[in-house]
Write a protein that binds this ligand. Structure first.
Ligand code: H79
Length: 447
């Protein structure tokens, strides 16, 4: 009776979620119950994602290369022999991440290929027992991050295409159907839960970043049970939405929102070239300007950016990624006041570019894309401006109110003079100190 009741509710919830919003993974957790623990995440804005695994040996796509049959499974697993981590320097990694301005880092503890980066008791398929690296790669990294006050996140693939009791394998073959062999599925669940306990107990993550939930339903995974179990280890653990919706926030992948997402917390995860892991042949690097402008865009829309790097098998980070992170760090040092701890900006239409607000809404930051200079315009600002500065620059800027009609409720247009000499090499930030918390007129004009 109880079980079928839950099943019934599950279907109703899914149906409702679909009707309300066709984003399948929309979280099913009420936001007021998690508000407090989400605060650091809301303030953090930038995280660094790390995809490190045996796929870096040949430089092929992580797990998908064998799943999609670009390479045979045995040949994929040959890469185990070449994964050395011989130049791995976790302190340098942590330093690079800290210097980028990121407040958290998320590393692949286990991707869909099932190769664990820690000495799991659940399977021999881990870097300690099955690769020349022969050691726990997570522990020293997490220690280095903690020492620098960077929050730690554990990417974990729920599905495991290597585990013999797991149904899924290649794109066109499965080992069995979950319903046909409940005992086998129960054995997999035991293994999955053991590994999750290990990760929680060994490393005490601040954030669990699930992936690969799509192969089974919430009921099959026992998403509610998993959530409960994780929170029993750390009640403040933040869980991403890829636990069939039983997480705390949304994770669009590689797809940039154009309008502001309705979610209270969200994070865009994005590669620096076209792949998550290291692939020598992939030279399609995003420029530092592109990454910074995407970052600003996400933050102005109320989200975070989780920017990926893919170290080589020996643990060295590609020079292009070091460059991007360093430039991002320099920009953040100068302009971070407009980013970290801020709120997403004012609605689109008032200013032709991204904006953010201080928490008390008495400071409005305007981000100038490209090499914008001259007179920039702000519409509908119904609060008096106290001062306008350029972040990281001594200049205070002049502004003019244009077209204010004395008897109208429509505010005048604000034109700000931005001389070329104040421009940042990437994105310039104007800080508008207001006399009161911001008020906006967003109407259609008229009498
Ligand atoms: O780890 C990186 C990727 O390997 C992983 N997530 C990032 C962070 C990733 N997994 N899947 N995807 C990215 C794309 C998923 C595509 C899907 Fe489908 C569409 C999953 C379900 C629908 C196509 C159809 C692939 C499986 C079924």
């Amino acid at each position: 009776m109880r079980k079928s009741f839950h099943k019934y509710w599950g279907v109703l919830i899914i149906l409702f979620a679909f009707i309300a919003n066709p984003v399948a993974s929309q979280t099913k957790i009420p936001s007021d119950s998690i508000q407090k623990k989400m605060q650091w995440f809301a303030d953090a804005k930038l995280g660094i994602f790390i995809h490190w695994g045996i796929y870096a040996v040949n430089g092929i796509s992580e797990s998908w290369s064998f799943h999609n049959k670009d390479i045979s499974y045995p040949n994929y697993m040959e890469q185990l022999k070449g994964f050395t981590a011989k130049n791995y320097n976790p302190n340098e990694w942590a330093e690079l991440i800290k210097e980028s301005g990121a407040k958290y880092a998320v590393i692949t503890t286990k991707h869909h290929d099932g190769v664990a980066l820690w000495p799991t008791a659940g399977s021999k398929l881990n870097v300690v027992q099955s690769t020349p690296a022969k050691r726990d790669l997570l522990d020293p990294f997490f220690k280095a991050l903690k020492a620098k006050d960077v929050k730690i996140g554990t990417y974990f693939s729920l599905l495991d295409w290597s585990y013999p009791d797991y149904p899924g394998f290649l794109k066109d073959s499965t080992r069995y159907k979950t319903n046909d062999d409940p005992q086998k599925w129960a054995r997999f669940q035991k293994f999955l839960n053991l590994q999750l306990s290990e990760v929680m107990q060994n490393y005490h993550p601040d954030l669990m970043w699930f992936d690969g939930d799509w192969e089974h339903s919430a009921e099959e995974w026992d998403a509610i049970g998993i959530r409960k179990k994780l929170l029993s280890y750390n009640p403040n653990l933040i869980i991403n939405g890829r636990l069939t919706g039983y997480g705390d926030y949304e994770t669009p992948e590689q797809n940039f929102p154009v309008s502001r997402p309705k979610f209270k917390w969200w994070e865009l995860c994005m590669t620096t070239n076209d792949n998550w892991g290291y692939q020598q042949k992939d030279k399609n690097w995003k420029t530092a300007y592109e990454v910074i402008s995407i970052f600003v865009d996400a933050v102005s829309n109320g989200g975070n950016l989780l920017l990926d790097i893919g170290p080589k098998e020996d643990g060295t980070i590609p020079a292009e990624q070091i460059h991007i992170l360093s430039e991002l760090g320099k920009w953040n040092k100068k302009n971070g006041e407009a980013i970290f701890g801020c709120l997403g900006g004012i609605p689109q239409g008032h200013f032709y570019g991204p904006t953010t607000l201080s928490k008390d809404s008495t400071v409005l930051y305007l981000f100038l894309h490209g090499k914008t200079s001259g007179q920039v315009m702000l519409k509908g600002l119904d609060t008096k401006i106290e001062s306008i500065e350029v972040l990281g620059n001594v200049s205070s800027l002049q502004h003019k109110i244009v077209g204010k009609i004395s008897w109208s409720k429509v505010p005048g247009l604000v034109y700000i003079d931005v001389p070329e000499k104040v421009l940042d090499p990437y994105i310039t930030v104007l800080k508008l100190k207001l006399k009161q918390p911001i008020r906006l007129y967003s109407g259609a004009g008229g009498l």
